[in-house]
Design a protein around this ligand. Sequence first.
Ligand code: NI
Length: 174
Amino acid sequence: MAKTYNIIVIPDPVLKQTAQAVSRVDTDIQKQMDAMLATMYAAPGIGLAANQVNLLNRVLVMDLARTDKGEEKTPICMANPEIIWESEEMSTMEEGCLSIPRQYAEVERPAHVRVKYLDYDGKEAELEASGLLSHCVQHEIDHLNGVLFIDYLSTLKRNMIVRKVEKLKKQNIL
Ligand code: NI
C-alpha cells in the first residue's frame, strides 16, 4: 500500500499559501501523486491538492468514480494545472473539502472549463470538464492558489463554518 499523508484542516496557514510550479514530473512527484491518491481514497474524497498535505508544489489528484457502488477507479493526476478556457455559463453546486470537514455550501463557478496540465507520465495533456468534474478541478486549482471554497461565501457564512470546524476540533471529533 502506498504511503499516506495527514490532511491539513483549517485554519492552517499552509492552506492560504500559493504552491509553486514543478519543473518536471519525476519519480519523486509520481510518488507524491501515488501517496496523495491513497490519502484521498482513504479519506474518502474526490479531490486533493498538495497544500492539503502540507506540500507547496502545484500537484493535485482527483477521482470521481463511485467505488462504493462498484465502479472502477479512474484516477486523474495533474502537475502545473492551468485553466486555459472557461465558459460564461455558470453552475452552482454544493461543495465540501477534506480540509473543512463535514461542512458543505453552494458555490458558483464557470460551468465548463478546459485545463492544461502535465500528467503522471510528465506529458502535456488537456481536460475538458463539466458538471461535478468542472467544480472539482476548479476547487483543487483554487487550493494551489491558497483559495478555499468558503472564500466564496459571505463573511457570516464563512465564520459560521470556521467556528463549527473549531468546535469539532475541540471535541476531538476530527
Ligand atoms: Ni478542498
